[in-house]
Design a binder for this molecule. Structure first.
Ligand code: NAP
Ligand code: MG
Length: 523
């Protein structure tokens, strides 16, 4: 059974379930329920090929039932109108419950997403908990906002308030399944919305665990949080076109993001998108080289490059190029490829056989385009890794920024190094991309680095660092990397509608239809 799935790169329904394994149902209206059509799909560990369980595959009918539940939970008014302090306390209690069982989630994340033990336990869990807790705190926000006193065309008293949007369909990818689930449900719940979360078909495990834990607390009213596992191509279009859904929040490929915008347009849903990237990482000639080399390695190869913000285009000054590349190659070739569960592993598997093939075809493309593979990635021969989707790092030099390997998101351990002569050239090439998610700048002179950062078209720019995402700071993309921002008050506001209530202070009948505007007396 395991081999049948290993060779399948497709995602979507239609697979037969593996026998006698844990079975995971859909979570709708506060209860676990079997999918209407009775379809299940094996959930796999990409590190070992082990089948972890069978997961319900929602179809359009299940999606409609979940949407109705979320709609009813919102329209009922109890949840959206709950006092902010009370909702904040409730969310804090939910984070406490998740924290108490964080090992279960970390294990699920490691086994199902193929990330390393270190990433799951030392990064995803602590960061996810801090981010969730920050939204629990922000839930107690002040919904009334002040605006300057309005005097024209009438003297008025004005109330501006933030209200929840309604039913939110949330679609997330396979690279950071737990963090993405937190980034979606926490701000939506904090602002009083109801949620239908759709994890990636490859990686539902940590979201299933988290929802199980939340359900066990008994704190959320039925229908406020729903979890639909199933194929994006089936569940997605229903979420995006159903008139009962008010907002779609999506993280994933730019290609699917574009499709989602088109579909959501039919009912003018609010849409936020966090999409792909091909982020520039710029080494300035006064950089601390030891730090910059380690940082560049981390920027690119963290989670095998399966991060939207990965610094996959490395700009190195011509004067430093050869030394920098030699040291980088030396370090990259010593990264340990291994089982996710091995605490010493630096690079685990890619998510799927399809992703592995896609990365390999990009490596071939780079060679065909004339770039030089100074480090050429290969599948390992270690029999222990034979059932996973492993490939070692690749580094290309002699890369022109217009090559496809420098323009397209590869989502694997492939770094392109681009030599530059002047900082002007580096900035121009860095911005020569359809994307604008993130960037890095490395220099001993922080002021100089900031002045470069100010000219980079991207949503997040790290100076002498990379991949650090804070609960308080906005994260999201310029250009085709997305619409809207996640995290902090920026992310919170994406889940609110703004309402203005106008109360005249010197009302007159004449001002109605006779255009006799009441102009306040000036002092
Ligand atoms: P994807 O197709 O964009 O998938 C992301 C999510 O969207 C998944 O939950 C997916 O469900 C769902 N989906 C797929 N088709 C949909 C549709 N027509 N309508 C609504 N939702 C839909 O990404 P992928 O296929 O997993 O990966 C492809 C490439 O996307 C990667 O190689 C990488 O370049 C990029 N990617 C980017 C990010 C990012 O964070 N920016 C994350 C992951 C991947 P299913 O899982 O059921 O298909
Ligand atoms: Mg896809």
């Amino acid at each position: 059974m395991a081999t049948a799935i290993r060779t399948e790169a497709t995602n979507g329904a239609g697979h037969s379930a593996a026998p006698s394994l844990p079975q995971y149902e859909l979570y709708i209206n506060g209860a676990w329920r079997a999918p209407v059509a009775g379809q299940y799909r094996p959930m796999v560990d990409p590190s070992t090929g082990e089948i972890l369980g069978n997961v319900a595959q929602a179809d359009i009918e299940d999606t409609r039932i979940a949407i109705q539940a979320a709609r009813a939970a919102f329209d009922d008014g109890y949840w959206p109108n709950m006092g902010h302090g009370e909702r904040s306390r409730l969310l804090h209690a939910i984070v406490d419950a998740i924290e108490a069982r964080q090992d279960e989630i970390a294990d699920a994340e490691m086994r199902n997403s193929g990330c390393t033990w270190r990433k799951a336990n030392l990064m995803d869990m602590p960061v996810g908990l801090i981010h969730f807790r920050h939204f629990a705190k922000l839930a107690d926000f002040e919904p009334l906002e002040s605006i300057p006193q309005i005097t024209f065309p009438a003297l008025t008293y004005n109330i501006v308030r933030r209200e929840p949007i309604g039913v939110c369909g949330q679609i997330i990818p396979w690279n950071f399944p737990f963090l993405m689930a937190v980034w979606k449900i926490a701000p939506a719940l904090a602002t009083g919305n109801t949620v239908i979360l759709k994890p990636a078909t490859f990686t539902p495990y940590s979201a299933l665990k988290m929802v199980e834990i939340i359900n066990d607390t008994g704190l959320l009213p039925p229908g406020v949080l729903n979890l639909l596992t199933g194929p994006g191509q089936v569940v997605g279009p229903e979420l995006c076109t159903n008139p009962m859904v008010d907002k779609i929040a999506f993280t994933g490929s730019t290609e699917v993001g574009r499709e989602i915008m088109i579909q959501a347009a039919s009912t003018i849903k609010k849409v936020t998108l966090e999409l792909g990237g091909k982020s520039p990482n710029i080494i300035l000639d006064d950089a601390d080289l030891d730090l910059a080399i380690d940082g560049s390695l981390w920027a690119t190869f963290m989670h095998n490059g399966q991060a939207c913000e990965s610094g996959t285009r490395l700009f190195v000054p011509a004067s430093l190029h050869d030394e920098f590349v030699a040291r980088l190659v030396d370090r990259a070739s010593r990264l340990k490829l291994g089982l996710s569960s091995d605490g010493a592993t630096d690079l685990g598997p890619l998510i799927s056989a399809g992703q592995l093939r896609s990365v390999e075809s990009y490596i071939q493309l780079g060679i065909d385009e004339g770039a030089t593979p100074v480090l050429l990635g290969a599948r390992p021969t270690d029999p222990e890794l034979a059932n996973g989707h492993y490939i070692s790092p690749t580094i290309f030099t002699n890369v022109d920024n217009r090559m496809r390997i420098a323009q397209e998101e590869i989502f694997g351990p492939v770094l392109v190094v681009i030599k530059y002569d002047s900082v002007e050239d580096a900035i121009r090439m860095a911005n020569d991309t359809i994307y604008g998610l993130a960037a890095g700048v490395w220099s001993r002179d922080v002021e100089r680095a900031v002045s470069v950062a100010e000219r980079i078209q991207a949503g997040t720019i790290w100076i002498n660092d990379y991949h650090i995402i804070s609960a308080e700071a906005p994260f999201g993309g310029f250009k085709q990397s997305g619409i809207g921002r996640e995290l902090g008050t920026y992310g919170l506001k994406e889940y609110t509608e703004v309402k203005h209530i106008h109360v005249p202070l010197n009302n007159t009948r004449e001002s109605k239809f006779y255009y006799d505007i009441v102009v306040p007396q000036s002092e």
